[in-house]
Design a binder for this molecule. Sequence first.
Ligand code: C2O
Length: 358
Amino acid sequence: TPIAAPDNISDCVTASSNLQNSKDAVRGLACCPPVLSTDKPKDYVLPTNPVIRVRPAAQRATEEYVAKYKAAIQAMKDLPDEHPHSWKQQAKIHCAYCNGGYSQEQSGYPDIQLQIHNTWLFFPFHRWYLYFYERILGKLINDPTFALPYWNWDNPTGMVLPAMFEQDGKKNPIFDPYRDATHLPPAIFDVGYNGSDSGASCLDQIGSNLSLMYRQMLTNAPDTTTFFGGEFVAGNDPLKKEFNLAGSIEAGVHTAAHRWVGNPRMANNEDMGNFYSAGYDPLFYVHHANVDRMWKIWKDLGIQGHNEPTSPDWLDASYVFYDENEQLVRVYNRDSVNVQAMGYDYERSEIPWLHSRP
Ligand code: C2O
């Protein structure tokens, strides 16, 4: 049976999992979504002939674009906290799905937590999460073509924290005080970061990043399981080790960036360094846009073995979100495999790691 988020979002409970120090969880562990009605979520239907939103590489975004993006985040932050589109509620989605807010009651296992990390649900869940986040931002600024930027950390021109996220004297809505201050530009991101700085020179770091990208996208990800992660179906307990098998990108550059950005002086490495708090940093969604782009690139390479899972347990797995019209909707993995059909795409950027076989 596929994993399904509950129809009854009101059964959501306070987060308890994956925290180093829950007493000092500054963002709070009450992660449950607001309940606006008792209606069951409706199955979501993708819009037909959508305008394609083109996600730009953050390091190349125009001033005009950055102003628009910041205005959208500011509008989100200006909403009342209880509004399902508010900055806090959007952040809490990650906490609810990743720190034990939901159980598998919908599929008959009310005593087992629902978790989308370290499993084959990782890519599709985050794709849907960004999908609605982007549409909500677009709606807040009345721009149906609005697209999130992506943090192009796989290209040398994008291997620092994108400049737009820095504190700039003015009140910057996409600045987050809970970041590692030693990793602001010009510090180069380390694709293999595991908690300590490599000390490599700029050129060496870039070279090592490119070969690690090659490894995570090609050498170590030749097939569905190695790229997407392990099967995870109803009844599997995420608190057991055998059900935690992350794909190469999730375990690799994805987690490295979370750790590299989060503040190690905070009790739970807030914000980016913990599931419960990551969504509070606007950079989270921009990081995940590039993670999502890796899925598309991996697939588009057209190499034999580069396929999405075909099991109904994957295709029919589903999550529940508030869409941009505040409707509670249920979305399925099966509808997440084609970004064009979902109405977005990525601005082209060179992929130098393709030629960086270690
Ligand atoms: Cu849901 Cu980057 O983690």
